[in-house]
Design a protein around this ligand. Structure first.
Ligand SMILES: C[S@@+](CC[C@H](N)C(=O)[O-])C[C@H]1O[C@@H](n2cnc3c(N)ncnc32)[C@H](O)[C@@H]1O
Ligand code: SF4
Length: 351
């Protein structure tokens, strides 16, 4: 009897201990969640006037990332919103480490941009990153945006197999207009390059895309014939955007005010090209926060205040902490058609 009383006391004490431990677990997890949501770094370092949807912040996954690994460029487009404020480029292994962190955080598409991405190490740095992202990280989509002036056929031979999409920027099919915009270097002919690269893309099985910035110099142009001839998989048509500190304001390296067009002018351009099915329009509103932009230090750039405010580097604090400060608007990303068929393997292309 005494033994039974003793063992039931021990059992109830054990049960009590178990209850205490699980209560402690619950308390710790609630406490850490509350800490994360209410006193976490995210909230502490954003400026108090910024409204933030906590749900968006917590669930942001870097599905599609634009890595501007260099700011240097050989062109001088007068409206450029990512200018040569530094000449820094990460060492290759650090850039790869950052890309791996992004992949672990859910990245599916990487787009390399700049500055001019083919400039650094004559395109070898870019080629090695493209190869790493496709071969090692097995990303569904690897793409590049370039002005096209530095690309050699050899690059396609070495790295074309690892690239899904190559976008070449072309704002006019009139070479004089390209000169006026500054989309040129010396005696290089921007349009000759564009047509040459279009052919290489077919030859080396890379999906070819065109980006155009609509501005005061080209707003009245009709590009229908040329676009139909080049037949890109996608034609991105941007309304020229101002970013304080980049192409507007005191600290800026460019003064793009004279390039800015009204919403109506932009709409007229779109209407003129409404027969082109691959056209994807991006007004200023759609463009501003719908891109996850990583700069040369692998810091997310937040454009919500009309300038590019950097986060900490993902290399120092990890993707989850840095992305809190990206200002990324996932709804707008989806609304602008940011998610599309982006692997060349899934595109029904006539190679
Ligand atoms: C900054 S560039 C870097 C890549 C490359 N140098 C090029 O021009 O394609 C990336 C894209 O942004 C576009 N862009 C540059 N300045 C812009 C602006 N103010 N508004 C809208 N798009 C712009 C370019 O035309 C290009 O398609
Ligand atoms: S938009 Fe023009 S100046 Fe700016 S990075 Fe591209 S090519 Fe260079």
């Amino acid at each position: 009897m005494r033994y039974m009383i003793f063992s039931s006391v021990v059992a109830s004490q054990k049960q009590l201990l178990r209850i205490c431990i699980s209560a402690l677990h619950i308390f710790v997890s609630i406490f850490s969640t509350v800490l994360r949501w209410t006193a976490g770094e995210c909230k502490n370092t954003i400026s108090p006037n910024k409204h933030r949807d906590e749900k968006t912040v917590q669930s942001a996954i870097p599905t599609s990332v634009n890595y501007h690994f260099t700011r240097k460029c050989n062109y001088k487009c007068g409206f450029c919103f990512h200018t040569a404020k530094t000449s820094f480029v990460l060492p290759l292994e650090e850039a790869k480490r950052g890309l791996q962190l992004l992949k672990e955080a859910g990245m599916e598409k990487i787009n390399f941009s700049g500055g001019e991405p083919f400039l650094h190490d004559k395109g070898e740095f870019l080629g090695k990153l493209v190869q790493y992202c496709k071969q090692d990280l097995q990303l569904p989509s690897v793409s590049i945006v370039s002005n096209g002036s530095m690309i050699k056929e050899k690059w396609f031979q070495n790295y074309g197999g690892y690239l899904d999409i190559l976008a070449i920027s072309c704002d006019s099919f009139n070479e004089e207009t390209n000169q006026l915009i500054g989309r040129t270097q010396g005696r290089k002919n921007h349009l000759d390059n564009l047509y040459k690269i279009c052919k290489w893309c077919q030859q080396y099985k890379v999906a070819f895309k065109i980006n155009s910035v609509i501005n005061t110099f080209n707003a009245d142009e009709d590009m229908t014939e040329n676009i139909l001839q080049l037949n890109p998989v996608r034609w991105k048509v941007f309304q020229c955007l101002l970013i304080d500190g980049e192409n507007a304001g005191e600290a800026a390296l460019r003064e793009a005010e004279r390039f800015v067009i009204s919403d109506q002018q932009f709409q007229e351009f779109l209407d003129r090209h409404s027969s082109i099915s691959c056209l994807v329009p991006e007004s200023n509103e759609k463009m501003r926060n719908s891109y996850l932009i990583l700069d040369e230090y692998m810091r997310f750039l937040d454009c919500r205040e009309g300038r590019k405010d950097p986060s900490k580097s993902i290399l120092d604090v990890g993707v989850k902490d840095a992305i809190c400060f990206s200002g990324f608007d996932e709804m707008m990303f989806l609304k602008r058609g940011g998610k599309y068929v982006w692997s060349k393997a899934d595109m029904k292309l006539d190679w």
